[in-house]
Design a binder for this molecule. Structure first.
Ligand code: NAP
Length: 249
């Protein structure tokens, strides 16, 4: 059985991803939707034509991840696509952030995403694809978004590095780096604190655009997907600086 796995499928970009990808998947029998909340995934599944399997799971919990390992062992699927869209971010000064929030960002954005990819790799073959969400926050350190940006710098570096390692196996890794996107993520990130800056609000895009670009970039075997001119300019600028710095290392 060939399957696609989408994490973060109960909201935002994961949900949009499932909606857009179902018509584009070839040789895939089922889409497995993963997130903690079951109801939004059931609602999504009702709108989809492809067979879906809903797996309510906290991927930041290692015991639940171990249980998912057993689900995979039992089903022994071929994973044609793994889209890691689950993620969390909290805005605010590092020193006043609750330990719990810091730990949630590190466990989900860094550990869970890494371990889930490792877990799925034995089920991937030549032509399988991994799409993982980092962020434009990966490109430059972000005061007041320090931990979140650092977790996304990790995802960016990790995605590019394993992409190179997996090239020989014919597995393509695309790391998606959007700027602000209009999803429930931002509401949770900013909470009752300082509102998002007007500069960020100006470059905010719809999830449909980010996801369509990510799917297209993945199809073209691009390693990084950056949506919209302002974010692409930031990406190119930071890449140029890094390339210059490397000349002196
Ligand atoms: N929106 C933005 O401005 C923006 C910008 C750049 C990058 N990104 C990145 O893009 C990705 C998608 O973000 P989004 O905007 O779609 O956010 P979102 O709407 O808040 O969705 C986040 C998803 O992650 C899932 N999730 C959270 N904690 C989880 C856990 N412990 N176990 C399993 N699933 C969990 C949530 O489902 P449950 O709550 O049901 O578990 C939800 O489906 C994230 O990696 C985010 O960092 C977002």
């Amino acid at each position: 059985m060939n399957i696609a796995i989408i994490t973060g499928a109960s909201s935002g970009m994961g949900r949009e991803f499932a909606a857009q990808i179902e018509t584009q998947l070839r040789r895939t029998d089922e889409i497995w939707l993963l997130a903690r909340r079951k109801e939004p995934m059931e609602e999504l599944a009702r709108t989809m034509r492809i067979k879906t399997r809903i797996i309510p799971i906290d991927i930041a919990d290692e015991r639940e991840l171990r249980r998912f390992r057993e689900v995979l062992l039992l089903a022994a699927p071929k994973i044609t696509l793994l889209a890691c869209c689950a993620g969390v971010g909290y805005y605010g000064a590092f020193s006043s952030r609750e330990d719990e929030d810091i730990s949630a960002m590190l466990r989900l954005n860094v550990a869970a995403q890494t371990l889930l990819i490792k877990l799925c790799l034995p089920y991937m073959r030549k032509g399988s694809k991994i799409i993982q969400f980092a962020s434009g926050a990966a490109f430059v350190p972000q005061p007041n978004f320090a931990v979140y940006a650092a977790t996304k710098a990790y995802a960016y570096s990790f995605g590019r590095a394993i992409g190179r390692e997996l090239r020989g196996r014919g597995i393509c890794v695309t790391t998606v780096c959007p700027g602000p996107v209009d999803t429930p993520f931002l509401e949770r990130a900013y909470g009752d604190g300082a509102p998002m800056s007007a500069r960020k609000r100006k470059v905010m895009v719809k999830p449909e655009r980010v996801v369509a670009k990510a799917i297209e970039d993945c199809r073209r075997h691009r390693t990084v997907s950056v949506c919209g001119a302002p974010m692409q300019a930031l990406y190119l600028a930071t890449q140029s600086v890094q390339n210059i710095l490397q000349l002196f290392w």
